[in-house]
Structure formats: structure tokens, C-alpha cells
Design a protein around this ligand. Structure first.
Ligand SMILES: Cc1cc2nc3c(=O)[nH]c(=O)nc-3n(C[C@H](O)[C@H](O)[C@H](O)COP(=O)(O)O)c2cc1C
Length: 217
């Protein structure tokens, strides 16, 4: 067995930091999510807004990547990306997606499942784009996200062209770049516990209400 395999096969983490019970749970899942996000911010969790976004392609093959959650309210979750990327093609084909957060400092995981039925409002995408540093704006224009490049030089040449094109100018948001809105229909809050006997509480949208259930760990 390689050293790496030996190492990872012997990792044993016991989770002891908290409990999640039906009594300390907020009955509205996006409020519960906000509380946990606030806890994670207070605990200075590294990359607190980074989460895994899972999508499915036209052959039902899943794929996943990390993105940044940029806003949420009323069960709507916003992230920003390239509308010509692989994830965008998969979302166009199948709007069902899943977000997963892992906040190790708190021994917490949150799963959010939902549907992307719309892109973010143009004004929101503009506002978010305009707040980005100049180099990130150039980056958005210059990266044909998910496409094969001949090499790093190809990307560099796009960057140099865009830097020259937008020299001393306001950089507008590309129409191939902006936000998506996930409307959540399922949440699962996971709190690590001793001996792998974790707490898991799921919220499922049902006819305008949320059904709350405890799941076996
Ligand atoms: C911490 C972190 C945050 C990221 N945030 C974003 C993001 O908000 N939007 C985005 O398009 N890509 C983001 N990425 C890059 C994606 O993981 C991915 O490489 C890219 O979106 C292309 O994915 P796709 O080919 O599946 O479309 C992030 C990566 C990391 C590691």
C-alpha cells in the first residue's frame, strides 16, 4: 500500500462539536441555512461560501465542481459563471442541481437540491460584475470557460487583446457571463457526532410547506 493510501485509510476523525435536534432547529430551512452560514462566518471557516455544484448531462452522467454562492434569500441561491461553460450546457439540458457545503471547523455539511428555472436578473449580474476587480472582468471576457485551449499562451493572447481593447474604458459585462438562481426544494443539515452517529435533518418542499424528517446517519 502506498504511503498516501496508508495515510488516508487510517484517518479517523471523531466529530464532537455540536448537536442538531428538532428543538434547536429553525422550522424554515433558509433561515436555518442563514444561521449556519452566520456560525461558519463567525467561526472564520475558510472559503465559507465555496460549495460543490452538481449537474447532470444529457446522458444522465453527473459532474461536479466548486463554485461560490454569492447571495441567497427566500429559498433562492445565486451563483455567477459563464453561460457557455460545461455546467451551463448541463443546466440547459437538466435544470436539477445540487449544492453541497462542508464547513469542517464546525463539523457541518449542508445539501441543497433545487431547480434552475431562470438566470439572475440582468441588473443583478451587472451589479456583481461591476463590483469585480478590473483583472477579473478581463478574465471573464478572456476565458472561453470549459473549452480546450492549445496552451496557456492562447489564454494569454485573449487576455492581452482584451486588455488592449478595454484600456482606459469601463468594461461591460459579457452577455455570456452572469448569474443563475437555484430554487431550493430540499435541504439537509448534517452535524457530525461521535462514533459516526451523526445528526441529519432533511426538509422537503411539499405543497407550500416543508416536511421535516430525521435521517439515519
Ligand atoms: C473555491 C473555488 C471557487 C470557484 N468559484 C467559481 C464560481 O463562482 N463560478 C465559476 O464559474 N467557477 C468557479 N470556480 C471554478 C469551477 O470549479 C470550475 O472549474 C469552472 O466553473 C468550470 O466548470 P465547468 O467546466 O464544469 O463549467 C471555483 C473554483 C474554486 C476552487
Amino acid at each position: 500500500m502506498s504511503h498516501v493510501n496508508q495515510h488516508i485509510s487510517q484517518l479517523r476523525e471523531d466529530f464532537m462539536k455540536g448537536e442538531l435536534s428538532e428543538t434547536n432547529l429553525n422550522k424554515t430551512p433558509d433561515v436555518q441555512f442563514e444561521q449556519w452560514m452566520q456560525d461558519a462566518i463567525d467561526a472564520k471557516v475558510n472559503e465559507v461560501a465555496a460549495c460543490n455544484l452538481a449537474t447532470v448531462d444529457k446522458n444522465n452522467k453527473p459532474s461536479a465542481r466548486i463554485i461560490y454562492l454569492r447571495e441567497f434569500s427566500d429559498n433562492e441561491f445565486y451563483f455567477y459563471t459563464n453561460y457557455d461553460s460545461r455546467k451551463a450546457a448541463e443546466i440547459a439540458n437538466n435544470p436539477n442541481v445540487c449544492l453541497t457545503f462542508f464547513w469542517p471547523e464546525l463539523e457541518r455539511q449542508v445539501r441543497i437540491e433545487g431547480v434552475i428555472s431562470k438566470k439572475a436578473e440582468a441588473e443583478k449580474s451587472d451589479a456583481y460584475f461591476n463590483a469585480r476587480p478590473q483583472d477579473s472582468k478581463i478574465g471573464a471576457w478572456s476565458s472561453p470557460q470549459s473549452k480546450v485551449l492549445k496552451g496557456r499562451e492562447e489564454l494569454n493572447s485573449y487576455i492581452e487583446n482584451n486588455k488592449a481593447k478595454y484600456k482606459d474604458q469601463e468594461i461591460p459585462r459579457p452577455d455570456f457571463w452572469g448569474g443563475y438562481i437555484i430554487t431550493a426544494n430540499y435541504y439537509e443539515f448534517w452535524q457530525g457526532r461521535k462514533n459516526r452517529l451523526h445528526d441529519r435533518i432533511a426538509f422537503t418542499a411539499e405543497g407550500g410547506n416543508w416536511k421535516i424528517e430525521r435521517l439515519a446517519p
